[in-house]
Write a protein that binds this ligand. Structure first.
Ligand code: HEM
Length: 130
């Protein structure tokens, strides 16, 4: 015979994407992966720029001209910000590997701290590039 279960809470019919909020730890994790991929491609760009600058005196001028443009400076600032987050988030990951910040509260806190430190480093990178 069938067994009747009383459902007190309505079951979700579909996922309402407008009401789903990612926890800050999930955002920290996604951004860490994205910053790692950006850092990976940055290595190619920066090595190309370095080799151009070392190729000849006119190559150096060409590289200096590239770095002088607003667009290039903006990209360099973005690269430095991604690297900053990747290192700060990476250190947070390594600390978690050592069993720190593994609880919900401390994990949320360390994610916020990582974003805060990155914001400061990003402002410093802006000053360095300009
Ligand atoms: C050229 C430099 C670097 C590149 C291209 C790079 C790239 C990446 C990529 C693509 C991932 C995989 C992310 C994922 O699958 O979620 C990763 C993970 C990681 N990176 Fe880097 N990385 C670099 C430097 C660093 C540095 C300096 C640190 C120092 C803290 C670091 C710490 C980590 C850690 C701890 C992970 C693993 C995170 C996890 O367990 O999800 N990385 N990196």
């Amino acid at each position: 015979m069938g067994h009747i279960v009383k459902v007190t809470k309505p079951r979700p019919v579909n996922l309402d994407l407008q009401t789903i909020r990612f926890p800050i730890t999930a955002i920290a994790s996604i951004v860490h992966r994205v910053s790692g991929v950006i850092t990976f491609f940055s290595v190619a760009i920066l090595l190309w720029l370095l080799s151009l600058s070392l190729s000849s005196p006119s190559g150096f001028e060409a590289a200096a001209d590239i770095v002088d443009s607003f667009f290039a400076k903006f990209i360099l600032w973005g690269i430095l910000t991604a690297l900053a987050y990747h290192i700060v988030g990476g250190i947070r990951h390594l600390l978690m590997d050592m069993k720190y910040f593994e609880e919900l509260e401390s994990g949320n806190m360390s994610a916020k701290v990582a974003f805060g430190i990155t914001a400061v480093l990003s402002v410093l990178a802006w000053g360095l590039v300009w």
